[in-house]
Write a protein of this length. Sequence first.
Length: 367
Amino acid sequence: MPHSTLIRKPATLVLADGHVFHGLSFGKIGTATGEICFNTGMTGYQEVFTDPSYSGQVIIMNTVHIGNYGVKETDVESSSVKIHALIARNLEDQYSRHQANQDLNAYLIQNNIVAIDGIDTRALVAHIRTEGAMNCIISSEDLSVEELKARLKEVPSMDGQELASKVSTTSEYELGDPASPIKVSVLDFGVKQHILQCLVSRGAHIRVHPAKTKIDRLKEFNPTGYFISNGPGDPAAMPYAIETVKEVLAEKKPVFGICLGHQLLALANDIPTFKMHHGHRGLNHPVKNIITGQCEITTQNHGFGVDPVAVKNHPNVEVTHVNLNDESIEGIRLKDRPAFSVQYHPESTPGPHDSRYLFDRFVEMMQ
């Protein structure tokens, strides 16, 4: 596919705390808002951009060159780009990979994504690490800084936002062998495609349900287990999902939750969640499995966490994994039924495969 025509215009990034950065446009010419966050991964930018858990967010890619291997139509986690906007030091419209179908500039334009590069991302990330996550606005239109600040004030905080139902499937679908004795009802709050592939590749027949599906419909599939997916937004703003997870747990069948699913499992057991200072996003987060004593290098993407004090004081919940950087809770399991969850992403696309044994464990629980 031929390269797109790259149009460069002055672009501006304004943070909610008043800091202003100037760069050049990339992708769509326009204006975009969202919560700023950063990802430390050196590869896998296309999988990151299409991860539904990034809905509502403006992402800084820490790696100095983004786009240098183009985009490939199969390297996706959903049907479209889910980030609201992109920030980088160098965004590349020229790529070197014979498997690529398109350059990054054309891909962003096709998906209506505003981007800015020429930014000192080291300084910007250091600022976010110090001051915490906050809203921001990017514009490559002819808007003054004061106009951008005024627009930014109208953007709602991520705290309290229910976004999962907006990125969930709108209709049920099935994957895998219908003759399989392993059947999983998946609650889709923004599930990544490689999570589903990890289940199907282990012999599971799965039915993926919209976010607000009731327990009676989930049970109609006659599942041997339930999966609670990842997704965007504030888990505490999802009372419908918390109630459904409680009803799922009452079935006493195997339950596995990832990321948002981990937080919902905690909330279903009256363990609160909280908004993190700047969250965890990247491919190199060290996590210790307390049960085995082994360390895993994990892929992560979350801005909310589970209250560590409440977890440790809960009589029926056991901590299974902790983050070795900040000791945050990375995994839990219930003592009285076969239900467990992790905060990180064991499907690891992109990222290391240290944690894929968790899918094996889930399947074994259903056999």
